[in-house]
Design a protein around this ligand. Structure first.
Ligand SMILES: Nc1nc2c(ncn2[C@@H]2O[C@H](COP(=O)(O)OP(=O)(O)OP(=O)(O)O)[C@@H](O)[C@H]2O)c(=O)[nH]1
Ligand SMILES: [Mg+2]
Length: 238
């Protein structure tokens, strides 16, 4: 029985999906892969179906609902399927599946959440324009201060979770989208006392397809993190 389910959310990733899935299979041959497609207009869903086999399944959702919803649907499958660990990885080639065995090993060793981190020693970002780097660094610094978090790359989307830890943080009520979803989830785990380990990775800018990053995603993160930080601060004072 496979212990790890690797969830790959896709929206218009026809050009990179097959390569990423092949690299996941090569890196963690025992693991199962779940592609979660939101009815991509470019035919990614059909391509995903053509990749399906004994290790690869596809979850088709009716329309684009954002990264957070796609991952929550994937996590629900992981819980139902009795997996012990679930991984998040982008379909655009930014995350190297070859890092998965080391990340999984850290989880097997006891970590509840392993974050593939760009912003710790040994981590790096390749081919990112300075503005993206600045947004990511500033967003992380802001979250660390406001949320009093120790995590260096709290927006990272390359992760391995222990399922039992995920189940302890009321997933149904996680409502953020974009990379704010990653912040919300990591912060909930951190506050629940989960053991969080960061593993250095090199993040590579997507080579194919278009970014789904937009101002709304940054604004959502900024407003929500500010709101959470202020509420948590007030509660502490009472
Ligand atoms: N199912 C689903 N997947 C999504 C959605 N939005 C983004 N994704 C996927 O989530 C992953 C991360 O999205 P990206 O567009 O790469 O976002 P990003 O990494 O913040 O930005 P770039 O790397 O600059 O493109 C990719 O695999 C996307 O295809 C969505 O609404 N639904
Ligand atoms: Mg990306």
């Amino acid at each position: 029985m496979a212990e790890l389910l690797v969830v790959v959310p896709t929206y218009n990733e026809r050009l990179s999906l097959a390569g990423v899935v092949a690299r996941i299979r090569a890196a963690v041959p025992e693991a199962h892969v779940l592609i979660v497609d939101d009815n991509s207009p470019d035919g990614t869903g059909e391509l995903a179906d053509s990749l399906a086999d004994s290790h690869i399944t596809v979850l088709h959702r009716p329309g684009k609902e954002g990264l957070g919803r796609a991952y929550l649907a994937g996590f629900a499958r992981a819980i139902e399927g009795g997996y012990r660990y679930v991984a998040e990885i982008d379909a655009d080639g930014s995350h190297d599946p070859a890092d998965l065995p080391a990340m999984l090993a850290l989880a097997v060793d006891g970590a509840d959440l392993v974050i593939g981190s760009r912003w710790i020693p040994g981590g790096a970002v390749r081919n990112w324009p300075w503005l993206r780097q600045a947004i990511s660094r500033a967003g992380n610094a802001y979250s660390r201060v406001l949320l009093r978090s120790r995590i260096r790359d709290i927006t990272a989307g390359f992760r391995v979770f222990r399922i039992s830890a995920l189940q302890s943080v009321q997933l149904e009520s996680v409502s953020s989208q974009g990379y704010c979803f990653q912040v919300e989830l990591a912060w909930r785990l951190e506050r629940s006392g989960a053991r969080i380990v960061e593993h250095p990775i090199t993040f590579v800018e997507r080579a194919e397809g278009r970014s789904k990053m937009h101002l709304g995603i940054v604004t959502e993160a900024l407003l929500r993190v500010t709101g959470w930080g202020l509420t948590a601060g007030l509660r502490k004072r009472q």
